[in-house]
Design a protein around this ligand. Structure first.
Ligand SMILES: Nc1ncnc2c1ncn2[C@@H]1O[C@H](COP(=O)(O)OP(=O)(O)OP(=O)(O)O)[C@@H](O)[C@H]1O
Ligand SMILES: [Mg+2]
Length: 240
């Protein structure tokens, strides 16, 4: 399962890490050996390693999932997927606007020929479901989502779902922004996840505080934030 969106900042890393957290919590290692591998893995192929920063702050021992940071090295994701103990891998990818500055906009494959493009192609080859995050109101995320779907996912026949992320449910009490995004998807024939991920400061602070949703201090907001990811994880399992 791969998070992909050409535009940075739509929530790929946030969603990958937190889906791994809630899914890992429900699927702990079968062995009680503390060194036993976890059936759930959050993997990052970003050469700049945005997941790596997160992994450094969130000690792996305290989490019910493993991290794999490939930094763009080839062969590691395929090897992981061959491991019979691995149940689910959530792959975080880089925004790819600048993957290959030489790539022309009308190239049949906009991922370019650089090493990051190669790493992306390797993952896409193995992707059983792609999640494409978009953010209501932030129109800068919309046409890159469309580009990602039309130019990268559909030509490869990769099943995908749009995920509406960072939805400000407090400000959007009438749900007009949410409905606008749903209509946006429907107009284009893009399947989307019914469960939107709401905007909470807890999530925005998470990369710095080094917490995943399963570790947030108990509060109403923490519960609601976690609920979104549990529901999203269930929906993902329903598709796979
Ligand atoms: N639901 C949310 N509520 C609050 N903040 C969020 C939410 N989702 C993402 N963010 C914040 O928005 C910022 C961008 O999110 P994130 O890093 O997950 O995006 P990304 O798609 O991985 O970006 P990049 O392509 O640069 O790696 C981060 O500061 C993150 O904490
Ligand atoms: Mg990221």
């Amino acid at each position: 399962m791969t998070l992909i969106q050409q535009k940075g900042g739509a929530g790929k890393s946030t969603i990958a890490v937190n889906l791994a957290a809630v899914s890992g919590e429900s699927n702990p290692p079968v062995s009680s050996d503390p060194d036993a591998p976890c059936p759930v893995v959050a993997a990052g192929i970003d050469p700049q390693g945005s997941l790596e920063g997160w992994a450094r702050k969130v000690p792996e021992e305290s989490l019910p999932f493993d991290y794999l940071v490939t930094k763009g090295r080839l062969g590691e994701i395929p090897k992981l997927l061959e491991d019979p103990d691995v149940l689910r891998v959530y792959v975080d990818t880089p925004g790819f606007v600048d993957l290959d500055p030489e790539a022309e906009i009308d190239d049949p494959d906009p991922l370019g020929s650089g090493p990051a493009g190669e790493a992306m192609r390797e993952v896409l080859e193995l992707t059983d479901l792609a999640l494409v995050p978009i953010v209501p109101v932030e129109t800068l995320t919309h046409s890159p989502a469309e580009f990602t779907i039309e130019r990268v996912l559909r030509p490869r026949n990769i099943p995908f779902r749009v995920v509406i992320n960072n939805w400000d449910s407090g400000a959007d009490r009438t749900k007009a922004d949410l409905e606008e995004m749903r209509t946006w998807c429907e107009d284009r024939g893009y399947p989307y996840m019914r469960q939107a991920v709401r905007r909470y400061k807890l999530h925005a602070k998470a990369p710095d505080s080094g917490l995943t949703v399963i570790q947030y201090p108990e509060s109403g907001t923490a519960l609601r934030g976690r609920e979104d990811f549990y529901k999203l994880a269930l929906a993902v399992e329903g598709v796979l």
